[in-house]
Design a protein around this ligand. Sequence first.
Ligand code: FES
Ligand SMILES: [Fe+2]
Length: 432
Amino acid sequence: MSELVEEPATRHQWPRPAEGSWTEHYPELGTSMMSFEDSVSPEFFELERNAIFRRAWLNVGRIEQLPRTGSYFTKEIEAVRTSIVVVRDHDGTVRAFHNVCRHRGNKLVWNEFPKAETSGVCRQFTCKYHGWRYGLDGSLSFVQQEDEFFDLDKAGLGLAAVHCEVWAGFIFVNLDDTPRQTLREFLGPMITDLEGYPFDKMTEWYEFTADNQSNWKLFADAFQEYYHVPGLHSQQVPSAVRTPGKGFECAHFQVDGPHRMVSTGGARRWTLPAEFMYPIERVTRSGLVGPWESPDIGEPPKGLNPGRIEPWGIDNFQIFPNIEILIYRGWYLLYRYWPTSYNTHRFEGMLCFQPARTVRERVEHEVASVVFKEFALQDAGMLTGTQTALESAYRTAGITRYPVNDQEILVRHFHKVVADWVEQYRTEAGAR
Ligand code: FES
Ligand SMILES: [Fe+2]
């Protein structure tokens, strides 16, 4: 166990850019008021399906979900109107396929409800309709009454493969016919420099899903700026961690290609006055930011805390388009935002700890997950209001532009990247 270092609850100077604001260091972002029409337009969402979700690498799971040969899980990706099955083949290769039987198009892998995701272990996939079977490599291995077919090309009727690559144990798929970049190229150095963080050791998971009544980007926005924290989560963010006169300020922002990150720093939670904590947090020494003491993870990777903030709090990496990894020193949080229509999305949250070695550690993890859920609900509770008001603002009130401050730089960057990808798709589609 690492030593608990008591830090005074004082304000620290962050290494801000030498001059000007964070935003002004990225001139392509501009500083003008922003439109959020991309979050209220059904037409824009139809473009996002192909422009973003068919072209970007999408994280669908972790390698720990496929512990043995034949382990599989399915993933519904409504944004591209498909279901995929991800499986570990005999040689350990992780493969992904469209979840469609090649006989008459039945959904191949499902359990009780065709639309519900499922997982398990199998030697082969058997279609529930007429019993065709497929190997773990997707090849068609058995056809019922094969001799009744006409010139059946079995070799050409394997499952349709989906591009699939694994980085640091995160399984990504790409639904484009020919991905423009490898996964590594797509992730870029800001993300790949996280290699070496022991994601693979953090196998005690607490998972949540929520069907939210908002555009997928609006919830991502709520997790990529901390300007809202004193307002929405006021009880947990006392003045001790705010910059005098300025509210709450982040320590470091960085963007790299379509991806972005923010680091927080400041007073350690356990140094805060008791009134800013639930009694259970004090008793269990766990809560909002996880266990106060975490197993030592050794030398952190060079990509962690890139602004070299001390005392460092959280690194919050947003991998375009819809994943967020929040790294605390000894554990991490994963969010995914899966659009289901222009104004609804499915949110997945996952807290990942090293397996508890004692009852106390297990309680620390449970408390962290419960407090996380409360926090996420505070954010999620806003969403229906934001979505419905933004829609009325555009359609009825004639309000189309919104001011965005320096601490909301990542919101600005995110929506610009979305706009750029959609624009590029439009241009290429128009050129065809
Ligand atoms: S649809 Fe799958 S075996 Fe007929
Ligand atoms: Fe929040």
